[in-house]
Write a protein that binds this ligand. Structure first.
Ligand SMILES: Cc1cc2nc3c(=O)[nH]c(=O)nc-3n(C[C@H](O)[C@H](O)[C@H](O)COP(=O)(O)O)c2cc1C
Length: 208
């Protein structure tokens, strides 16, 4: 294992084939919580399948919310110099992205929304300035957990993640939604959820 600093961790495996790079984005502030456990299961399966994995824990990042600058950069990069720049690079270099997080008040949590909003520069460069001409070449998965059994909450979250993925050129391929989970890490007692997360990691680490 090699590390590139405190914020990101990368795991490499030796293989002669070109390795798929899978990025995990953990949006919960609860390390070892349900979304973290499921994301780790997905990333472990991806590594077992020969992929390089990388993980971002949003709550470890120094991030401020989008400031709606009028003079945002034309190349898709945000002009605010904080850890967004590393997150941006990590997403751009990934072949597959798996985002994992909890439902808070019926939607994705603030930590995740804050990161997503910072991609407004990318949206502007792609759709307004047209300086980015990317095809939807990346694959994406979304893992979401909640305490209740409200499907409409998952649907709210899915709509936001699909919009985000589309903006940054990620095809929404797979989702794992697990309801009825409140205590930290209790998803370990739900083999069905654990298996689905591993299957997502295995699928999204296959070469195209
Ligand atoms: C601020 C906050 C708001 C929450 N809102 C909801 C909610 O609207 N619906 C729900 O089912 N669970 C809600 N939950 C419960 C979490 O979604 C649940 O505990 C989840 O398993 C936490 O995931 P984690 O362990 O990955 O952090 C909320 C939890 C917190 C802390």
């Amino acid at each position: 294992m090699s590390s590139s600093g405190n914020l990101f961790s990368r795991v490499y495996r030796k293989t002669s084939q070109k390795q798929v790079q899978v990025l995990g984005i953990m949006t919960s502030p609860r390390k070892g919580g349900n979304s973290d456990v499921l994301l780790d299961a997905a990333l472990a399966a991806a590594r077992d399948n020969g992929a390089i994995t990388e993980k971002i824990i949003i709550s470890d990042l120094n991030l401020i919310p989008c400031q709606a600058c009028v003079d945002v950069r034309d190349d898709g990069r945000c002009k605010i110099e904080d850890d967004f720049q590393k997150s941006y690079d990590a997403i751009l270099r990934a072949d597959s992205v798996i985002a994992a997080g909890p439902i808070y008040f019926g939607s994705i949590n603030a930590q995740f929304k804050m990161l997503i909003d910072r991609f407004q520069c990318y949206w502007r460069a792609k759709y307004v300035i047209k300086s980015i001409d990317e095809l939807m070449v990346k694959r994406g998965g979304f893992i979401c957990v909640q305490a209740s059994s409200r499907n409409d909450f998952f649907e709210n979250a899915r709509a936001i993640i699909k919009n985000f993925f589309t903006t940054v050129g990620i095809e929404y391929c797979r989702e794992v939604f697990c309801a009825g989970l409140e205590g930290k890490g209790i998803v370990r007692e739900e083999p069905n959820c654990m298996e689905k997360a591993a299957a997502m990691g295995e699928k999204l680490s296959q070469p195209r």
